[in-house]
Design a protein around this ligand. Structure first.
Ligand code: BYC
Length: 324
C-alpha cells in the first residue's frame, strides 16, 4: 500500500478543520474529508485487525471436535462463529474507506498482510482454549475498549459491539481455567502449562514498546489510539496478575513485582526478537495458518459462487417486478 503524506499539497484549511473536529471529540464519518494518510493508517490497522479475527478462528477451531462436553462444545462453536462476525464487521469498515474485502483477502492469502502475532502459536491442549479466552480475549478487550473511542465512526462502533461479545469469550475462558485450576493436580498442571506458554505472546499482542512503535505518533495525533501500546500492556498485566493469583496460578515471570507507589505489577523484559520473528512470518505456525486459510478459501469457492448466483437472481426478480 502506498501512502501519500500530508505535505505542502494537502489543503491546510481542510486539515485544520479535520484536526479541530477530532480535538472536539467528534467522530469522522466515511463521507467526511480526511487526509489521505489518515485513511491509509486506518486501512492498514483495520485490515490487520480483520485478518486477525479470521485467522484467530483456526487455533480454537482445532478443538471444536475435542471439547470435553456438549456445553463446552456449544460455547466454543459460538465463540469461533463470533470471531467470523467480528472479521466481517471490520472488513465492512474498511469498505467505507474504499477498499474491498476481496482485495484485502487477496493480500492475506498472498502472504502480504499482517495479522496478530498471537495466532501463530499452537493449541496443544484443551486448557489452551481456556488460556486464549482469558488472556487473548482479555488483551483484546483492553485494546478494543480504547479503540471504541477511536475517531473513525465505523471502526469505533464495530468495537463497541465486538467488546460486548469478547466479554463473554473472556468469561468462558477464565471459567475453563478456574475449573482446571481447582481440579486434579494434573488438571491444575495443564492450566499452569497453558498460562506459561500463552503469557508472553499475549503481552506481545499490544505491539512494540512505545519507543519502537512507528505508527503510534500519527494514530495518537488523529485520535485513533487514545492510549499507547505500553500503557495498555501495563493495564492488562495489572488486571490479569490478580486473576491468576485468585485461582492459584503463577505468572511465568521471575522479575514480576508489585510497585506499591504506582500500584502497577512491574514485569520482566519481553523477548522482542521472538516478536519480530513471528510478525516477519517465522513463528511456530505461520505457514500452517496461511495454508489453512488458503484451503478454506478454495473449498469455499462454491459457496461464494452460489451466493452470487442467488443475489443476481434476486436482483433480476426485483428489476422485473419494478419494471411491471
Ligand atoms: N502482531 O507501530 P506499531 C482477537 C505490527 S484479534 C502482528 O505499534 P500500531 C481475537 C504493526 O502492525 C485482536 N503485527 O503498530 C480473535 C506494524 O506493522 P506495519 C487483534 C503487529 O498499528 C480471535 C508494526 O508491527 N487486535 O481479539 O500503531 C480469537 C509496528 O507496530 C503486532 C487488533 O488487531 C502484533 N501483535 O499498533 C480471539 C487491534 N503489533 O503495519 C481473539 C487493532 C504490532 O507498520 N490494532 N504489529 O507493517 C491495534 O490496536 C494496533 O494495530 C496494534 C499495533 C496495537 C496491534
Amino acid at each position: 500500500m502506498e501512502a501519500k503524506s500530508v505535505g505542502p499539497h494537502a489543503d491546510d484549511a481542510l486539515l485544520a478543520d479535520f484536526e479541530a473536529r477530532i480535538a472536539d471529540g467528534e467522530t469522522i464519518e466515511p463521507k467526511d474529508w480526511m487526509p489521505e494518510r489518515y485513511r491509509w493508517q486506518l486501512v492498514r490497522m483495520m485490515s490487520q485487525h480483520a485478518h486477525s479475527e479470521v485467522v484467530g478462528m483456526l487455533p480454537e477451531g482445532n478443538w471444536i471436535t475435542r471439547a470435553p462436553n456438549l456445553r463446552r462444545k456449544v460455547g466454543l462453536l459460538a465463540k469461533v462463529q463470533d470471531e467470523a462476525g467480528h472479521g466481517l464487521y471490520i472488513y465492512c469498515g474498511t469498505e467505507t474507506l474504499g477498499v474491498s474485502r476481496e482485495a484485502l483477502l487477496d493480500q492475506l492469502l498472498a502472504g502480504k498482510a499482517k495479522y496478530s502475532s498471537i495466532f501463530n502459536y499452537p493449541t496443544l491442549a484443551w486448557s489452551d482454549i481456556g488460556a486464549i479466552g482469558w488472556l487473548v480475549d482479555g488483551a483484546a478487550i483492553v485494546n478494543q475498549t480504547m479503540l471504541a473511542k477511536a475517531s473513525y465512526g465505523p471502526y469505533a462502533r464495530a468495537m463497541v459491539r465486538i467488546c460486548k461479545e469478547e466479554n463473554f469469550h473472556k468469561k468462558q475462558g477464565y471459567e475453563i481455567m478456574c475449573i482446571l485450576a481447582e481440579g486434579t493436580p494434573e488438571q491444575k498442571a495443564m492450566a499452569q502449562d497453558s498460562l506459561d506458554r500463552w503469557w508472553w505472546p499475549s503481552l506481545m499482542m499490544f505491539g512494540p514498546s512505545d519507543k519502537d512503535s512507528p505508527n503510534s505518533a500519527e494514530l495518537t495525533r488523529w485520535g485513533v489510539k487514545r492510549k499507547s501500546n505500553d500503557e495498555l500492556r501495563q493495564r492488562f498485566v495489572n488486571i490479569t496478575v490478580a486473576q491468576a493469583h485468585a485461582i492459584g496460578l503463577e505468572i511465568p515471570d521471575p522479575d514480576l513485582r508489585h510497585d506499591p507507589e504506582s500500584g502497577d505489577w512491574i514485569f520482566g523484559e519481553i523477548d522482542w526478537d521472538e516478536f519480530y520473528r513471528v510478525i516477519g512470518g517465522d513463528g511456530p505456525c505461520n505457514r500452517e495458518r496461511l495454508a489453512a486459510r488458503r484451503a478454506a478459501h478454495d473449498e469455499g469457492a462454491w459457496v461464494r459462487a452460489a451466493a452470487e448466483a442467488y443475489a443476481e437472481k434476486q436482483a433480476a426478480r426485483y428489476r422485473s417486478e419494478n419494471a411491471a
